[in-house]
Design a protein around this ligand. Structure first.
Ligand code: NI
Length: 248
């Protein structure tokens, strides 16, 4: 079930049985020569939508622009300042709590978002303590899960790509997007085959260290079939974890 494809009476009805929602959250940033700019938003979205279709859990719209400053030397990347992202996440959460949601499961697709997402949770909880202390309203609870850390997913990725997984523009994440959008598959020769590794500082330095955008990866291995295997493992794990969280 997807919020933006539902009517308000349907959401009203859903709230009678559950106060929990999944929000896919990601980034719009370069993902190497054959990866889509939307990769980090598309991966959690593809997984969450499948989970929603299979189990009836409610999936909200994707928060699809995040912390991508270090990718700004590549065309197409869009980024938010951390303060803007925190403010926007708070407004999304407050809108949902206004309607009665009490559990928000943020399924994240971008490592660069983690610090800011946790800071946003802290701002939300401060707002509740300072603004609504003494009320009997049940408190909002948020949970962050990076999709690649879902139970069993990393094992599947390691099996599929024992060499050249790397840490940015990985064959696993590119495969997930190819499974979701097979019409977007791109065949590109990579040189070197496996990209260099190294630290991340700011945008200009990033492009000097990683000229085609990849870090440690060989995403030319990506395929629709691999993406399907990863998504199947992730969907199963999301449904189980979301249901535990919703009941917590
Ligand atoms: Ni990524």
């Amino acid at each position: 079930m997807q919020l933006h494809l539902s009517s308000w009476p349907e959401i009203d009805k859903y709230l009678e049985t559950s106060k929990a929602i999944v929000i896919p959250i990601g980034s719009t940033e370069q993902h190497g020569p054959n990866g889509l700019l939307g990769t980090d938003a598309l991966c959690p979205e593809i997984i969450a939508r499948r989970a929603g279709d299979d189990s009836g859990i409610l999936v909200g719209p994707t928060f699809n622009v995040g912390q991508a400053q270090h990718h700004m030397a590549f065309p197409g990347t869009i980024t938010l300042r951390p303060s803007t992202m925190i403010a926007a996440m708070m407004d999304w959460a407050q809108s949902l709590t206004r309607h009665g949601f009490e559990r928000i499961y943020w399924l994240n697709g971008h490592g660069g978002n983690i610090n800011t997402i946790n800071a946003a949770f802290s701002e939300m909880y401060h707002g509740i303590s300072f603004g609504e202390a003494g009320t009997n309203k049940p408190p909002l609870r948020c949970m962050l899960r990076n999709w690649w850390e879902l139970s069993g997913v990393m094992d599947v990725c390691k099996q599929l790509f024992p060499v050249g997984e790397g840490s940015h523009a990985t064959p696993s994440e590119v495969s997930v997007t190819y499974f979701g959008y097979p019409e977007a598959v791109k065949r590109v020769e990579m040189s070197p085959k496996i990209a260099p590794n190294g630290p991340i500082f700011d945008a200009e330095d990033y492009r000097r260290r990683f000229p085609d955008g990849r870090i440690g990866s060989d995403p030319s291995q990506a395929s629709v079939e691999a993406g399907e295997k990863i998504v199947n493992a992730a969907v199963k794990a999301v449904i189980a974890e979301f249901q535990r969280f919703a009941a917590s």
